[in-house]
Design a protein around this ligand. Sequence first.
Ligand SMILES: [Zn+2]
Length: 148
Amino acid sequence: MATKKKTPRRSCVTCLKWFRPHPSAQATQKTCSEECRRQRLLALAQRRRERDLDGHREQESRRQEACRKRRVERGGPGLEAGGPAPMSRSTLSAEVADLEREIIGKLDHEARLSRSWVVGKLRSWLGQIDQNVDQGGSEKPACHAPAT
Ligand SMILES: [Zn+2]
């Protein structure tokens, strides 16, 4: 009786849950689901963009310029041939979306930092309480000055 060999389990790089990769992608599959894969690719793209923000902005502005040029050639709405192209609302919202992503990235970073700060503080406070309990138990924590 031959037992069918199962593919070994792996931990998803996004949600850390265990999963069995598809047999055809055993060596390369890093995420458990399409949603985790989408999140991972988004995070990788954001990291690439952060590493070369100026390069990405330059590329985006070049793409935008080419798009405007094509629209002018087609005689698109609101754009006259010749003269500087007016700032379009779509450009603005793209910039706002960029800014939003940047701010969210920074907030995430701050949240991570403050979480580790809170954990560190909690541990030091809990350590102090432990010491006070060891020294007799009824003493008040050292963080308050004793009443005179
Ligand atoms: Zn996952």
